[in-house]
Design a protein around this ligand. Structure first.
Ligand code: SAH
Length: 394
């Protein structure tokens, strides 16, 4: 057995992107195909240029117009004058003993966000942030303690995938990677799945998240299937309805409780969107489609709060007839957190009840604990604008 790698913490001295620092330039990194076509039309160029540029940026990771060899010299020059491809700088990379890697990315304005890559035997999942901090104040989440600053732009969201792809592909041995194919001659990519489970509530940053997700599933960009892109949400009902029309990818609902009384205490948004209405919105989201996208219920296991056998039976009844699988998440502690995770024996008992009731139920393996990269531990650096005095739970 190879020894587990030592915890690696590496401060990146050099940003990996070329940062154009003329703010008036248009950043093309976050534009999906329709937006890029509109951009080219606006500057009097043929819209088909959008597909070319999209491929250069997202399939080849190019951030310099000069490298775009099938674009005329004149257009390359023009694009360099008015546009840029600009991602946040990676300022810290940490690698956990289980291979989980976390990057801290610095944004304009002094905030930073975190992005996590979780390698597994048959897939690699990138956990992407959607906001600087979070305004929802779920009582068991460390991002909530940071307060909220702002939404990420679509460029800042897709930049996490763009950057992680570049960093990870650099690590694939050249012999294997060249020319980015494996032995079956398939494109080899380290990242096979994306989950919007990092910092923030994706459905409260709707337009930018949707634009970034369009890029994730576009064959001219990352070409991920809808099953492999998951938006994790506390459940914002009007946004769920819009989402179905605009990009119906997989969904993870952070339910965490079998009834409103418990959920209200740990997820304040439940007062606005109670469970019954929320599950109805999810039913609508999945109506007419059970195959293309997946539905996961997330349930954080908090000792003495939501983890009794009674709670398990109640949850099984609540979810009846919903085509979902259930992920039980052991609570990940963070400094000053007031909760304790349920013991593994209790979690297994909870799982068994749900399985007997017919639900595919998994216990989420905690990854990247030694670098605080697990669910709910992402903190980044948030200049809190929400003016919370502190995050006392009342
Ligand atoms: N706002 C979105 C996405 C971010 S959180 C959402 O709530 O779904 C991603 C997942 O991690 C959510 O299910 C969240 O409830 C869970 N989580 C948050 N804090 C946690 C903690 N301390 N331990 C375990 N899971 C946590």
């Amino acid at each position: 057995m190879p020894e587990a790698p030592e915890l690696l913490e590496q401060v990146i001295e050099q940003p990996i992107t070329i940062t154009g620092n003329k703010p008036q330039k248009v950043n093309l990194l976050g534009m999906d195909l329709p937006h890029l076509k509109a951009f080219f039309t606006e500057i009097g160029e043929k819209p088909f240029r959008a597909v070319q540029i999209l491929k250069w940026i997202h399939q080849f990771g190019v951030d310099n117009f000069d490298d775009m060899s099938n674009v005329s010299q004149a257009l390359r020059q023009r694009l360099s004058d008015i546009a840029e491809i600009r991602a946040p700088q990676v300022v810290l990379e940490q690698k956990a003993s289980d291979g989980t890697t976390k990057w801290l990315m610095r944004l304009d304005g002094g905030n930073s966000i975190e992005t996590v890559f979780i390698p597994e035997d048959n897939r690699g999942t990138l956990c992407v942030s959607s906001q600087v901090g979070c305004a929802l104040d779920c009582s068991f989440c460390s991002t909530a303690r940071q307060g909220f600053n702002r939404n990420l732009s679509s460029a800042e969201i897709i930049a996490q995938l763009w950057t992680a792809n570049k960093m990870l592909n650099e690590r694939i041995p050249k012999t294997e990677a060249s020319p980015n194919k494996n032995s079956q001659n398939e494109t080899r990519r380290a990242i096979t799945n994306v989950v919007l489970m990092g910092m923030g509530e994706p459905l409260l940053n709707f337009d930018n998240v949707v634009q970034a997700v369009h890029l994730m599933v576009d064959d001219n960009a990352y070409g991920l299937s809808k099953r492999r892109v998951t938006i994790s949400t506390v459940g914002v009902i009007p946004a769920l309805k819009r989402l179905r029309e605009e990009c119906d990818v997989s969904l993870a609902l952070s339910l965490h409780a079998p009834n409103d009384a418990i959920r209200e205490k740990i997820v304040p948004l439940n007062k606005k969107y109670p469970i019954k209405e929320l599950l109805d919105a999810c039913r609508y989201y999945f109506s007419g489609d059970t195959k293309k996208k997946q539905f996961t219920i997330e349930y954080v296991m908090l000792a003495g709060i939501n983890d009794s056998t009674r709670n398990a039976h109640e949850l099984a009844r609540l979810l009846r007839k919903l085509p979902c699988k259930i992920n039980l998440i052991p609570f990940n502690p963070f400094p000053e957190s007031d909760y304790v995770s349920s013991r593994m024996q209790v979690i297994k008992q909870f799982r068994d009840i749900l399985q007997k009731a017919g639900y595919v139920t998994m216990i989420r393996k905690t990854r990247g604990e030694d670098i605080d990269a697990a669910c709910g531990q992402l903190a980044g650096k948030v200049k809190d604008k929400s003016r919370r005095v502190n995050s006392d739970k009342s």
